[in-house]
Design a protein around this ligand. Structure first.
Ligand SMILES: NC(=O)c1ccc[n+]([C@@H]2O[C@H](COP(=O)([O-])OP(=O)(O)OC[C@H]3O[C@@H](n4cnc5c(N)ncnc54)[C@H](OP(=O)(O)O)[C@@H]3O)[C@@H](O)[C@H]2O)c1
Length: 215
């Protein structure tokens, strides 16, 4: 498949790039810097592009079978909610203009439901430093769900803790907003396995998924 991945040099994006390339897909690895994803020998084509520029996005995705996004909200201490919502609005406009059929998005864990009507981010012990990013992700998911005219998307939340680790190939996949029982962590490598599974299958159009460690 032809995969165009935005945010391909990041912590999560690099693992997605490596997993997709290892499965034999053709990966265009987009970031504003145009660098190579982390990891040795990852066979991708780096490209310069800004997800906030719909014309650039449209040009980059025009031959894609599927688009992937591992974009990040501003982490400079400013309120990331409005800028991240605008970033994804511009990005999805570009995807639509480029005619790409599907987009899979790296989401956040904070808006997963721990009980009816209660999100992880609402709990008193949710770390304050991650709250703005969690809420920004919630806004993006709300905007995706609110507009049925958007190109097909799938939004995949990691478990609350995600970072570099081991690729075991074992994980649990949840469908919908409820957090998986005892979900606590997932390696970025295993998250990437679940993510590339969805890139390949397109099994969950306009749905939110979550990925967590095996019980
Ligand atoms: N438990 C959780 O909920 C959890 C935990 C960790 C991460 N996450 C989410 O996972 C996502 C990825 O996080 P990360 O830690 O991997 O981020 P990261 O390491 O900062 O990587 C971000 C990537 O996006 C690129 N990028 C940023 N703005 C861009 C733009 N306008 N156009 C094109 N590329 C752009 C960056 O490259 P350039 O700067 O060169 O453009 C980089 O490749 C985020 O949405 C984050 O919230 C969730």
């Amino acid at each position: 498949m032809e995969i165009v991945l935005f945010g391909a040099t990041g912590m999560v994006g690099s693992r997605i790039a490596a997993e997709a390339a290892a499965r034999g897909h053709t990966v265009t690895a987009v970031s504003r810097s145009g660098g190579q994803p982390d990891g040795e020998g990852v066979q991708v084509s780096p490209a310069v592009g800004d997800a906030a520029n719909p014309a650039q996005v449209a040009e980059l995705v025009k031959n894609a079978d599927v688009v992937a996004a591992a974009l990040v909200p501003p982490r400079d201490g400013s309120d990331p909610r409005a800028p991240f919502a605008q970033l994804y609005a511009d990005f999805m406009a570009g995807v639509r203009d480029g005619g790409a059929p599907r987009t899979v998005i790296v989401g956040g864990a904070g808006t997963l439901l721990v009980a009816p009507g209660t999100r992880l981010v609402d709990l008193p012990d949710f770390p304050a430093m991650y709250k703005p990013e969690a809420l920004a992700h919630g806004d993006v998911l709300d905007a995706l769900r609110a507009d049925p005219t958007l190109p097909t998307w799938t939004y995949i939340s990691p478990a609350p803790e995600v970072g570099p680790g081991e690729r075991t190939g074992s994980f649990r996949l949840g469908v919908g907003d409820e957090i998986l029982p005892d979900a606590s962590s997932i390696s970025a490598e295993d998250y990437a396995v679940a993510f590339v599974d969805e890139l390949e299958s397109g099994a969950h159009p306009r749905e939110r998924l979550s990925v967590a460690q095996t019980a």
